[in-house]
Design a protein around this ligand. Sequence first.
Ligand code: 5GP
Ligand code: ZN
Length: 122
Amino acid sequence: MSDNCIFCKIARGEIPSKKVHEDEEFVAFHDINPAAPVHLLLIPRRHVVSLQDIGPEDAGWLGRMVTLASRLAADNGCRPGPEGGFRLMANSGVEGGQEVPHLHFHIIGGQRPWKGRMAPNA
Ligand code: 5GP
Ligand code: ZN
């Protein structure tokens, strides 16, 4: 937990968000500035800054997080199959384009034709 972290505050319910999933380990909610028709953010409740801070001991919960991301995409409007799909993105560190220093997966989809090669806000 980090007192001044906005995503910790969202996880604790201290900042409002449009949540689509909550469990003991993870929270998912709509991005406040969506880059596509589906744009969710999936975070661990635990304050981890980025993928630069994870190691082999984190493989278990990270595996659960990726699995959950796939299910949330399917349940929130990303079409199934190779003609549908979604982008899963974790900007990490300043040179990775990260603005909020609490690990999060962007789940982006539901747009055709696909727009933008890199950043969600590009
Ligand atoms: P980053 O650039 O760190 O990968 O992405 C941060 C994302 O968090 C951005 O897409 C931004 O729109 C989103 N965001 C920032 N502040 C808030 C907030 O208070 N609520 C929600 N729902 N999304 C936020
Ligand atoms: Zn945090």
